[in-house]
Design a protein around this ligand. Structure first.
Ligand code: G6Q
Length: 545
């Protein structure tokens, strides 16, 4: 591990930012725009297909240069280079962090522990492509000889959110003859509802689990096997209706899945960074190998940008640092991610895991309790629905809520006047958030004096607008890689390990211990706190009633 640095909040770079914040805390975005008529043309960056406007953030040129100095002090670039070099930067799990190798081109070299992992990546991609083609063309059939019409991905967290999000995002590219579903929760109602209208003879289950021990996934997988066998009747049918995506070959074999039908990945891929590995098999089945590879190329172009661009022109660095500015210096606790796209409905939950599992840490990489806020609470839903619900609090509430708006210029389906009405909202909301409406403007509208205060909008709410031409596989890859690397930059500034998840591991153990207390015939001796004991007793009584 690198030498222990002084905590970031004790550095002169941090204090200069704090002093600068007190100087500009009361400066309104209206003033910043008035002072510099070219602000909107200057504070943006176009990288690949992404055009990112951060002119409506409460930053000046000085803010940005102080933030870049902070990033340099935190050695963000050095950590980035260590990641790409395959160093074990996930210190608590002693692992390399190489999701960037998942999209490296054939022939590239990215090594960890002296082994070039790129050939391994492409070996799995080739097997996935071969399998996907067979299923999509009817070469792979079910136990009774019927063609596969339904794909059910069973996985949770990182083994669910990514493929689910990307499948929804790329629905216009999906084979309409394949019905792809995602079962994640261990709530049996979900399994029931998602399988009730499926025919087992035409259904393929993908059990996606890095560890192949996760209680939710294994419970769903066992129920799926029972559900399929009840109809197909023969254990040998498992081979035709179940495949696995995992790093745990032994557990896959124990479950009864032929390891010839297992698609592997590696301990250097974190769950939340894994949907471009074999975890994305359901997605590849839906959109086909070619589109999947186009998505990887999109990821790769953003990786290359992140790896090579100087901080001043580095999009993930700029967005990450703006997040630090809003969170650590303006006290914002959350980030609303607001995609103006029906197809991006699951992007925010996906990014929520990415940001919150990665950077929800309070100990730094050297084992010290952090001295400043980390993490960003990410939330939101697609526009314009949110406008008719929670945007009110962003516009006129007492909290500072920075927002990322994501808009797509060309829709997959251009239906009547919809697109321009939709996008008018995409432009109007950040504008209103930034500039608000002054009391004088409200009065000029003829609003009675006793209502002027309530109808005034303070404005000065920061936002970033991301505009892309269309939602292609490549654009999705670019967008996701942007947020992955943004998360990286923030973790690096805070000095935390963005790649472990001990909170998730804790949850996995706690539930395992309680299951027998709920299922035992005789009243168990409970040794939890008195509140948990009472709840468990009441639950047992309700179950028996
Ligand atoms: C992701 C997390 C977590 C994980 C799930 C599923 O980074 O580690 O969300 O993906 O807990 O784990 P398995 O894939 O091992 O079932």
């Amino acid at each position: 591990m690198s030498e222990m640095p002084e905590p970031i909040e004790r550095t002169s770079q941090w204090w200069e930012l704090a002093a600068h914040q007190s100087e500009i805390a009361d400066v309104h975005l209206r003033e910043l725009f008035a002072q510099d008529p070219t602000r909107g043309e200057r504070l943006n960056l176009a990288v690949g297909d992404l055009y990112v406007d951060y002119a409506k953030q409460r930053v000046t040129d000085e803010t940005m240069s102080l933030l870049f100095a902070l990033a340099r002090k935190a050695k963000v670039e050095e950590l980035r280079d260590s990641m790409f070099a395959g160093d074990r930067i996930n210190v608590t799990e002693d692992r390399a962090v190489l999701h960037v190798a998942l999209r490296a081109p054939r022939g590239a070299e990215i090594s960890t522990d002296g082994r070039n992992v790129v050939p391994d990546v492409h070996e799995v991609l080739d097997r996935m492509a071969n399998f996907a083609e067979r299923v999509r063309t009817g070469g792979w059939v079910g136990h009774t000889g019927r063609r596969i019409r339904n794909i059910v991905n069973i996985g949770i967290g990182g083994s669910d959110l990514g493929p689910r999000m990307a499948y929804e995002a790329l629905l216009p590219y999906a084979d309409p003859d394949l019905d792809v579903r995602f079962v994640s929760n261990v709530d049996g109602n979900e399994f029931f509802e998602l399988t009730r209208d499926l025919d087992p003879a035409e259904t393929l289950f993908i059990v996606a689990s890095k560890t192949f021990t996760t209680l939710e996934t294994m419970t769903n997988a066992r129920s799926a096997r029972e559900w399929a066998m009840n109809v197909l009747g023969d254990e040998s049918a498992v081979a035709k209706h179940f495949v696995a995506v995992s790093t745990n070959e032994t557990a896959v074999a124990e479950f009864g899945i032929d390891t010839a039908n297992m698609f592997g990945f590696w301990d250097w891929v974190g769950g939340r960074y894994s949907y471009d590995s074999a975890i994305g098999l359901s997605l590849m089945l839906a959109i086909g190998p070619e589109n999947f590879l186009a998505m990887l190329a999109g990821f790769r172009s953003m990786d290359e940008h992140f790896r090579t661009a100087p901080l001043e022109q580095n999009l993930p660095a700029i967005l990450g640092l703006i997040g630090v500015w809003n969170g650590n210096f303006f006290g914002a606790e959350t980030l609303a991610v607001l995609p103006y796209s029906h197809y991006l409905a699951s992007l925010t939950p996906y990014l929520q895991q990415l940001a919150m599992e990665s950077n929800g840490k309070s100990v730094d990489r050297w084992g010290r309790v952090v001295g400043t806020q980390t993490g960003e609470v990410v939330w939101g839903q697609p526009g314009t629905n949110g406008q008719h619900a929670y945007y009110q609090l962003i516009h006129q509430g007492t909290k500072l809520i920075p927002a990322d708006f994501i808009g797509i210029a060309r829709p997959a389906h251009d239906v009547g006047p919809h697109q321009d009405i939709f996008m008018a909202n995409f432009f109007a909301q950040p504008e209103a958030l930034a500039f608000g409406r002054t009391a004088d403007q409200v009065r000029a509208d003829g609003v009675p004096e006793d209502q002027v205060a309530a109808r005034t909008f303070a404005g000065n709410h920061p936002s970033t607008s991301i505009l892309v031409p269309d939602l292609t596989p490549s654009v999705l890859g670019q967008l996701v890689a942007l947020y992955e690397h943004k998360t990286f930059v923030q973790g690096a500034v805070w000095g935390i390990n963005s790649f472990d998840q001990w909170g998730v591991e804790l949850g996995k153990k706690l539930a395992q211990a309680i299951v027998p207390e709920l299922t035992s015939e005789s009243e168990p001796a409970l040794s939890h706190d008195s509140s948990t004991n009472s709840l468990i007793r009441r639950y047992r009584a309700l179950r028996r009633a």
